[in-house]
Design a protein around this ligand. Structure first.
Ligand code: DX5
Ligand code: ZN
Length: 226
């Protein structure tokens, strides 16, 4: 797998929590499982935490991409690593110690990512960009599945891509929120390569074909990259 391969990460936020094991089995053809942790404080919604992460890890072979939408990542990141997170995204808006957290995550052998809310400029990443495995660009305001993609995210993705080129680095760029086969080509052509899809996958009766449709649309956008 090269950095330019499109990866699809179904978000289990839109899965049926009463049958999580079976739901995970329906997306075995994905690249990552996207795991949304919400604390009812950083975002106005509450989801799941460490125990459910351990259960998910025991039920899938896929790497788990943990998206921490929590106010206190400094206190919690280590616990999520202990519970088996393979990739950890914490929000830039939630910590004054991004560099310290990135080092901690990487020292533990996991991949480190910083997430940006729609209103946070990519320039906040300037000092730490060289140390990141991934940048998560929120393409909706975090908190809920099923929201509409924010169009201005495309400009932000292009700006991020340019900044990465200037730094001579190529972290993965993940987009999260309102992604479907309808806009996957556009976000990929603007610079994304990891596509989170919640309702577009779990809202479909046939998950394998929903995954394949998002992937195919994403791949079609790769050749259009400027
Ligand atoms: C939103 C979460 C997303 C969410 C995406 O705050 O971070 O991961 O599950 O859901 P869709 O794809 O339905 O917008
Ligand atoms: Zn997410």
């Amino acid at each position: 797998m090269t950095l330019d391969d499109i990866m699809v990460a179904p978000s289990i936020l839109s899965a049926d929590f009463s049958r999580l094991g079976e739901e995970l089995a329906t997306v075995a053809g994905a690249d990552l499982i996207h795991y949304d942790v919400m604390d009812g404080h950083f975002v106005p919604n509450l989801t799941f935490g460490l125990d459910v992460l351990r259960a998910v890890k025991a039920s899938t072979e896929l790497p788990v991409d943990v998206h921490l939408m929590i106010s206190n990542p400094d206190e919690m990141v280590e616990k999520y690593l202990d519970a088996g997170a393979d990739l950890v995204s914490f929000h830039s808006e939630a910590t004054a110690h991004a560099h310290r957290l990135v080092s901690l995550i990487r020292d533990r052998g996991a991949r480190a990512s910083v997430a940006l809310n729609p209103a946070t400029p990519v320039s906040v990443l300037e000092p730490i960009l060289d140390d990141l495995d991934m940048v998560l660009v929120m393409t909706v305001n975090p908190g809920f599945g099923g929201q509409s993609f924010i169009e201005s995210s495309l400009k932000k993705l292009r700006r991020l891509r340019r900044m990465c080129d200037e730094h001579g680095v190529s972290p993965l760029i993940e987009v999260d929120g309102g992604i479907s086969a309808r806009n996957a080509a556009e976000v990929v052509s603007a610079g994304a390569s990891v596509l989170v899809a919640g309702s577009a996958v779990f809202g479909a009766a046939d998950r394998a074909s929903a995954l394949a449709a998002v992937r195919a649309a994403g791949e079609s956008g790769r050749s259009r990259r400027g």
